[in-house]
Design a protein around this ligand. Structure first.
Ligand code: NAG
Ligand code: NAG
Ligand code: NAG
Ligand code: NAG
Ligand code: NAG
Ligand code: NAG
Ligand code: NAG
Ligand code: NAG
Length: 666
């Protein structure tokens, strides 16, 4: 089932009202009678005193009496000879509870399920401490992602902390999903306690039934995590209880920390101490990656039947499902790049040099040679590659594969023929090649690429280092964003503490990110705003430019804006032919993106709307971030700018209409 439909289905499922069935040993969470798939929403009943019922009794008593014997907290049983009368049942106790609690919970469950679903062939019953299910179908070693029970805390996360919280949550859950799924301890169970703010700790717990394979377990976690934004977005706690797995988190401890991870050192008061630098270096890159994973996952499931046209020929028919299909030999790449010769070098990125190469089938590639230590193992590296390779969009540079041999870590990308945007934009002569329609098209393409990263999934991918040099141009001057997912692929050695490589580029960084390490999709929006103003002006926002007394680009743009002379910002080389309407709209949008308060910045979806529709009324921007104090007071125009009500009316700049109403020939 595609994950989008799956999530809709989860939302639409009827959840049987919470009964007050809280026994001494177990806290009831929810149950379903009969519902196994969408198709069988009707109850499937057995006759009273039938063989099925007696088999069911055998199964339940077997489950109950074996609950003390198992160390994994999991047991399955079945009874019946005749295929129509076979009953299969299982229970799973939460990983941290001891056998006493487990037994009590299972005993409670086996008793109460007969009251809740007296004649149903199929039942699922969740408590905090254990989970019980039975069915007339074989349920062992099979993944079931429906139906589910949501857990939803009543307490909210503050608006301002929400982005940061979501990032931390996704990174934590992703790590735990891997850890729990790959666990060799007999239980597929993992918990973690991570400091959120100084005094708050995020507690998370993931578990699946240990009869699943690692990959089915991981898939179940993905499904559960994928529904969290809808079920519990903005809440301090939440979770999803599915037949095959459980995902839960809360700001209050809800499991026994010592029992859950006996080997871990006890938690210091106020949560584990993690410096904000470490958070930047570790948590945040992983947060991005988690989100990347989901985009990749959903995307690949939706597009599974499509061909990947620009992959090397021998791969064109193959879906990207295995890491092997992405692996290149070192020999192949050395031959393609002429042994990484200086002549083939086409760039020097933050992560290492980039070489142009030609494969023996004639395909052009770009090979990025990662330099320095990477803090992760080969398997992790490959997994990340697989996920990032699945992110595919017209405005993203496609990752074709990798090579991992000895000390060498190489990434293979599609080759984008023209250079990066900064090569044109910040060069007095080359800039002339970029006329206004081209620049407008580039702005739109970049916006679509980021929108894909941010929102073409229920979770989010944050680029973190969006800048002119990370936008490549193809033969038709279509922009392609590069270096997304790098935080995921290239984990810096944490002991070096050299976070500077990964945290972005001065001039594009939002103030909350630069100063407090907080970032969210709105940090990318800020970088996008800077980029838009650079594309319009042909000037670099490097803080100070030209002379010591010159203002930075944002101040300059703002000054022109409040002076009602926004077109002064426009690069003189394109002034012979442009649409005032588009230019002013882009400046307006750029200024909205670089506002100090992230909450005031538009989302990429809104930006896409602003670019596509002339009828969207834009709010007035506030003074951008990073202006020196004391300069330009926020004396913005007092009337609403209602741009572009209709194409014929053009733009209604409320104060100085005369200068803005005509549309220049293009
Ligand atoms: C469920 O029951 C209703 C009414 O008894 C019936 O119309 C419907 O077809 C049934 N659906 C399924 C999937 O069996
Ligand atoms: C089932 O058996 C019980 C006792 O064995 C009896 O009281 C009850 O009437 C029976 N029900 C049916 C539907 O036969
Ligand atoms: C589970 O319990 C049943 C009795 O209810 C018993 O026959 C069976 O041997 C037990 N299984 C294990 C593995 O102990
Ligand atoms: C439990 O499930 C496994 C498959 O995971 C199966 O081989 C085994 O027979 C089941 N145990 C019982 C008692 O049915
Ligand atoms: C399980 O029960 C349903 C409803 O009675 C029936 O349609 C289905 O065939 C049964 N499956 C098996 C394997 O017996
Ligand atoms: C099991 O855990 C419960 C509560 O967590 C505790 O009260 C009980 O003493 C424990 N029993 C054993 C045998 O450790
Ligand atoms: C979560 O809780 C809020 C109020 O606390 C409620 O409005 C919302 O419907 C709940 N959502 C679900 C999916 O239960
Ligand atoms: C938590 O688990 C530990 C070790 O199993 C146990 O000693 C302790 O009593 C438990 N705490 C609670 C509150 O159940």
């Amino acid at each position: 089932m595609p994950c989008f439909e799956f999530s809709k289905f989860l939302l639409s499922l009827f959840v049987i009202p919470l009964l007050s069935l809280t026994g001494e040993a177990a806290t009831y969470r929810g149950h379903y009678c009969s519902v196994t798939t969408i198709a069988t929403a009707n109850r499937t009943l057995f006759a009273a005193n039938s063989t099925y019922e007696s088999n069911l009794k055998i199964v339940l008593s077997s489950l109950s009496s074996n609950a003390t014997r198992v160390t994994t907290g999991f047991y399955n049983a079945s009874a019946g000879e005749n295929p129509d009368e076979v009953v299969s049942g299982l229970f799973l106790c939460r990983g941290d509870v001891n056998t006493t609690v487990c037994q009590d919970c299972v005993a409670t469950a086996t008793k109460e399920v007969r009251q809740l679903c007296p004649l149903d062939k199929v039942a699922l019953l969740w408590y905090d401490e254990c989970f019980l299910r039975y069915s007339n179908l074989s349920i062992f070693a099979t993944i079931n992602e429906v139906p589910g029970i949501k857990i939803n805390s009543t307490q909210n996360i503050g608006e301002t902390e929400r982005g940061q919280f979501n990032d931390l949550l996704s990174s934590t859950l992703n790590l735990l999903a891997r850890r729990a799924a790959d666990s060799q301890s007999g239980k597929k169970f993992a918990t973690d306690e991570v400091e959120f703010t100084g005094s708050q700790t995020l507690y998370s717990l993931l578990q699946c039934t240990p009869d699943l394979t690692d990959s089915d377990c991981f898939r179940c976690f993905q499904s559960a995590i994928g529904t969290l934004p809808m079920c519990c977005g903005g809440k301090q706690g939440g979770g999803m209880l599915l037949p095959s797995c459980v995902v839960r988190y809360d700001m209050n401890p809800f499991y026994n920390i010592t029992a859950a991870s006996p080997t871990r050192p006890p938690l210091a008061p106020g949560g584990r101490k993690t410096s904000s630098l470490t958070i930047l270096a570790i948590a945040i890159p992983i947060a991005v990656s988690m989100v990347l994973f989901f985009v990749g996952y959903c995307f690949i499931r939706r597009r599974a039947r499509k061909k990947y046209n620009t992959l090397p020929e021998e791969r064109a028919e193959v879906e990207i499902t295995t890491v092997e299909s992405l692996q290149f030999d070192l020999d192949t790449l050395e031959t393609a790049t002429n042994k990484f010769s200086e002549d083939n070098k086409i760039g020097e990125g933050g992560f290492g040099p980039v070489y142009k190469g030609i494969l023996c089938n004639g395909q052009q590639i770009a090979v990025k040679r990662l330099s320095g230590g990477s803090g992760q193992g080969a398997e992790e590296f490959k997994n990340e590659i697989l996920l990032v390779a699945k992110l595919q969009h017209r405005n993203l540079v496609r990752l074709l594969g990798f090579c991992l041999e000895g000390e060498e870590k190489l990434l293979v990308y599609e080759y984008v023929p023209k250079k990066s945007l900064d090569y044109f934009l910040f060069d007095a002569t080359k800039r002339q090649q970029l006329d206004w329609p081209m620049r407008y098209k580039i702005i739109g393409g970049i916006a679509r690429g980021i929108l894909y990263l941010h929102e073409d999934s229920r979770l989010r991918v944050i680029h973190r280092d969006l800048k002119a040099s990370n936008v490549l141009l193809d033969d038709n001057m279509n922009p392609k964003i590069s270096d997304f997912g790098m935080a995921r692929i290239f984990v810096l050695d944490q002991t070096q503490g050299s976070t500077s490589k990964i945290v972005g580029t001065y001039g594009y960084m939002s103030p909350e990110y630069a100063m407090h390490g907080r970032y969210s999709v709105k940090s990318d929006v800020f970088s996008f705003g800077v980029l838009v103003l650079e594309i319009i002006s042909g000037k670099k926002n490097s803080g100070v430019y030209q002379s010591e007394h010159a203002e930075d680009l944002l101040s300059f743009a703002w000054k022109q804006w409040i002076n009602r002379t926004p077109v002064e910002l426009l690069d003189p080389t394109v002034r012979h032919s442009y649409s005032r309407n588009e230019v002013i709209r882009c400046i307006h949008m750029g200024l909205l993106c670089v506002q100090e308060d992230p909450a005031n910045r538009p989302t990429m979806a809104t930006i896409a709307l602003m670019l596509n529709s002339y009828s969207v009324t834009l709010p007035l921007p506030q003074q951008p971030a990073f202006l020196h104090r004391g300069r330009a007071k926020p004396n913005r125009p007092t009337q609403e700018l209602e741009s572009d009500q209709s194409p014929s009316q053009s733009i209604a700049w409320s104060i100085n209409e005369a200068s803005f109403t005509e549309i220049q020939p293009r």
